[in-house]
Design a protein. Structure first.
Length: 385
């Protein structure tokens, strides 16, 4: 089967890069574990494969699938989201270059730029990416090499107008990178809105089952893709064949999973917004959310991440340790519901910085379970505060 005439997201997710095995007719392509490939004479590579680090058919299938669902020409698959970010940053930056970063992002991204690339000479500034005027002022003050944004952001679910950000950034000659992990390409496609590069932790919604770690870059620029591909090969942080296959399998159900994640997320947000023990709910699907209108314009649904603020840090810790269906754990985006206390877990590395997460905030990754069970679990945990 070819995908030339396929346009629908769900069809691309199922079929892109997934041609049946020509030798056996197997509908599911095999997992290629081989580390090396026979050559037809010196330099006579079969379909370009020579060694597992430089290329693998299972990884190629995943990269074809990733490019198709994000609407990009090129995709690269890595061993983790941070490995993907590292390759991109090194492909673009030189000592003295600057990254303008959102002030609500995954702590590992900040750590990578500030503590790994910082000593190498990369500069970092932080701005509230949901404040268009503040972003414009920061870019006018000094044009960065990269403008890096998460939308929705982690963990406070701030929303950035991607098209406007791209317009302002491109006018200053900056590259726009959007971490699309929270929304996934099922709900939002940043390249179509003007972004230059999309970054994913495929560990999250793309894999979708909390059983594989991975990362990806998707982009259209041929020259930048070649630079990133060289780093993928030369530094070697590639996804293994089984990891690539598991990610591919997860992507095939991404569309229907994101629909359920979004439905359950909305129900959880509505419930929490009406509960007296909850001080604040962060969810772009709520009309009260300051970025609701932008999110409604650039997303097809609002996703499965809901954050909430309780009375204080002590209440947040008690709540985090009281749920029965929501599991207290790192990560997000799996079919099961997870609960995270960012200050001491995912965002511990940004304590004391401009990106510090309030101690009273809890982040929920709302899974695909029966929503009645999720609401009952939250109710009993809140009742114990």
């Amino acid at each position: 089967m070819t995908t030339e005439n396929i346009r629908g997201f769900d069809s691309l997710a199922v079929h892109a890069g997934q041609e049946f095995d020509p030798a056996t007719g197997a509908v599911i392509p095999p997992v290629h574990f081989s580390t090396t490939y026979a050559q037809d004479g010196v330099g006579g590579l079969r379909q370009g494969y020579e060694y597992g680090r430089s290329g693998n058919p299972t990884r190629t299938s995943l990269q074809t699938q990733l490019a198709a669902i994000e609407g990009g020409r090129h995709a690269l698959s890595f061993a983790s989201g941070l490995a993907a970010e590292d390759a991109l940053l090194r492909a673009v930056l030189q000592p003295g270059d600057e990254v303008l970063l959102g002030n609500d992002v995954y702590g590992g991204t900040y750590r990578l730029i500030a503590r790994i690339l910082g000593p190498w000479g990369v500069k970092l500034r932080v701005v509230d990416m949901s404040d268009a005027d503040a972003v414009a002022a920061a870019i006018d003050q000094r044009a960065p090499k990269i403008v890096w944004v998460e939308t929705p952001s982690n963990p406070l679910l701030r929303i950035t107008d991607i098209a406007e950000l791209a317009r302002v950034s491109h006018a200053a000659g900056a590259l726009v990178v959007v971490d699309n992990t929270f929304a996934s390409p099922a709900l939002q496609q940043p390249l179509a809105l003007g972004a230059d590069v999309v970054v994913h932790s495929t560990t999250k919604y793309l894999g979708g089952h909390s059983d594989v770690v991975g990362g990806a870059l998707v982009l259209n620029d041929d020259e930048l893709a070649e630079k990133a591909k060289f780093l993928q090969f030369a530094a070697g942080a590639v996804s293994g064949p089984l990891d690539a296959w598991l990610t591919t399998r997860g992507i095939k159900t991404l569309g229907i999973r994101m629909q359920r994640h979004s439905e359950n997320g909305q129900a959880v947000a509505d419930f929490l917004a009406g509960h007296g023990a909850v001080a604040r709910v962060y969810y772009p699907g709520l009309a009260s959310h300051p970025g609701h209108e932008i999110a409604a314009r650039q997303m097809s649904a609002f996703g499965g991440i809901v954050s909430l603020a309780l009375a204080d840090a002590a209440a947040a810790r008690r709540f985090a340790e009281s749920t029965r269906v929501f599991t207290l754990a790192e990560s997000l985006g799996g079919v099961e519901s997870l609960l995270n206390y960012p200050d001491e877990m995912t965002h511990a590395s940004v304590r004391g910085t401009e990106l510090a997460v309030p101690e009273e905030v809890i982040r929920l990754s709302v899974g695909i379970e029966s929503v009645e069970d999720l609401l009952a679990d939250l109710e009993q945990a809140l009742a114990g505060l």
